[in-house]
Write a protein that binds this ligand. Sequence first.
Ligand SMILES: Nc1ncnc2c1ncn2[C@@H]1O[C@H](COP(=O)(O)OP(=O)(O)OP(=O)(O)O)[C@@H](O)[C@H]1O
Ligand SMILES: [Mg+2]
Length: 380
Amino acid sequence: MRPEEEVRKWIEEELFDRVPVAISVIDRDYHIVEANETFERTYGKAKGKVCYGLYKNRAERCEHCGAARSFEDGRIRVSEEMGIEREGEQTWYMVHVVPLVRPDGSIPFVIEMSTDITEAKTLQKEKVAAERLAAVGSTVAGLAHGIKNIIMGLEGGMYVVNSGLKRNDSQRLLSGWQMLEEEITRISAFAKEFLDFARGREPQVSLVDPNRVAAKVVELFHDRAEQSGIALQADLDPGVPEAAIDEEGIHSCLTNLVSNAIDACEMSDKKSKHVVLSVCDHDGVLCYEVSDDGCGMDYDVQRKVFTNFFSTKAAGRGTGLGLLATRKIVQEHGGQVAFESERGNGSVFRLELRRENLPEPSERGSMDAHEPARPQPKGS
Ligand SMILES: Nc1ncnc2c1ncn2[C@@H]1O[C@H](COP(=O)(O)OP(=O)(O)OP(=O)(O)O)[C@@H](O)[C@H]1O
Ligand SMILES: [Mg+2]
C-alpha cells in the first residue's frame, strides 16, 4: 500500500475514533446519530439519545442552542459550554458546531466537536481567586502599616503622660496629652479616608461653575502655603461654562492635588516656590491643572503613584490614598488623570473631564450619576 493510501485509510477508518476530541453528529431533531469513542467514553452511550439530555441533563432543548442556529444559517460556530459527564462531574468544553450542507443547501446534520477545557478553566478560576487574595493582602498590609505608625505615636504620647504622672509634672502631662490627641485625630482621619475610599460616596451631580471649586480650594490652602513660603495662585478662566460635576468630589480631588503640590514644594530646597491651580476648557474638555516647582518625582515613584497606600511621605503625613481616590472620582465623571513630572523640577497633575462624558445633573440623586451621559449630537 502506498503511503498516501495508508494515510487516507487511517483517516477514514481510525481518525474519527482516535482524536482526543468528542465528536457527535446531530440530526434536526437533536438526536445523536453518530458519536466517536472519545465522546462515548466521556458521556456514555450516545446514539439515538437527544444531545441536550445527554450532556446537559435537560428535558428540553437549550435556550441558546448553537446547533439550532447553525441549522438555520449554515455557519460554523464556536462556544464555551458547561456539561455533565457520565459520572455526573461538571465539565467545561469548547465546542465547534459544523453544519453538513448538501449540494441543494439543505442541512440534515451538524457535527459537534468538543474539547475538554475543564483544567484550563479551573486554573483560570484559581488565578482570579489568587489575584483577589493578593489584592486583599496588600490592602490589609497597607492598613496595618498605617495603624502601626499611629500606634507608635500613641505609645510615644502614653510614655510622656506616664512620665508626667510619675514626676507630677503638669507641663509634661499636658504635652503628652496633646500628643495623644493628635494621634487620635490622625487615626480617625485615617479611618475616614480609608472608609470613604473603600465605600465611595454617591456623587451629587449639579451644574456648577468650575472656577468656583478651584477658587475655594486655593482659598483653603492660602494660609498653609504662605506659612511655607509658597506662592499659591489660581489661574481661572471666567469664560469657562458651567459643567455637570459633583462639586464635593472635584473639590476633594483638587484638595488632594494642591496638598501634594505644597508637600512637594516643602520638600524642595529652592528659594522661590510656586503652586498654580488653573482651569481651562478647550476642544470639549474641561481641564483642572495643578502645577508645582517642588521636588518632582523620579521614574520609580511615577510608576507607583496610583498604587494604594503608596506614599513617600513621613509616617502619619501621607496615607497613600489621595491620588487613587482622585482618579476614582475623575473616572466617575468619565474623565482621566494625567501627569508629568521631573525629579528636582516639579510636577503637573491634570484632571481631564470630557464634557460629553460628564454625568447628567440629577435631582433624583446619584443613581444615574455613575452612568456617563450619552454624547450629545454635534451642533445641538
Ligand atoms: N506634586 C507632586 N510632587 C511630587 N510627588 C508627588 C506629587 N503628587 C504625588 N506625589 C507622590 O505620589 C505619592 C502618592 O500621592 P498620594 O496623594 O496618593 O498619597 P500621599 O499624598 O502620600 O498620602 P494621602 O493619602 O494623604 O494623600 C506621594 O507620596 C508622593 O510621593
Ligand atoms: Mg496626597
